[in-house]
Design a protein around this ligand. Structure first.
Ligand SMILES: [Mg+2]
Length: 120
């Protein structure tokens, strides 16, 4: 079922959606340091804004978040771009219902099959 359909159900419960930063929510063209985070990627940025407006919990799930020095620039970036004080982690959580990441491939559960995409 598509996400938008499921969200219109009256008994709908809020989701926890994990979103990668570099290359997913922010432009990324190679590592330049903790203090350099690219401009927002519009399509993903607007999607995240919509999820927040709809009441979903969006968690920034990034390998950057492995030290305190990296957390401050991420938090600053999120606030500067108007997404607010989202939770940031580098730990995959059991509560993540969806994960958006530019490196991931979707594997069909319990089969090992790589799901086909129509994105080219
Ligand atoms: Mg990435």
């Amino acid at each position: 079922m598509g996400k938008d359909q499921s969200r219109s159900r009256p008994e709908y419960k809020k989701m926890t959606i994990a979103v990668d930063l570099d290359g997913t929510l922010a432009e990324y063209n190679g590592w330049e340091g903790n203090n350099i985070i690219g401009a927002p990627v519009p399509a993903m940025f607007f999607r995240v804004q919509r999820w927040i407006e709809e009441g979903e919990e969006v968690v920034i799930f990034t390998a950057r978040a492995d030290c305190i020095e990296a957390m401050v620039p991420i938090r600053r970036w999120l606030i500067y771009h108007g997404l607010g004080d989202l939770r940031i982690t580098n730990i995959k959580e059991k509560g993540f219902q969806e994960i958006y990441d530019d490196r991931a491939f979707r594997v069909e559960r319990n089969t090992g099959c790589i799901e086909e995409t129509d994105w080219g």
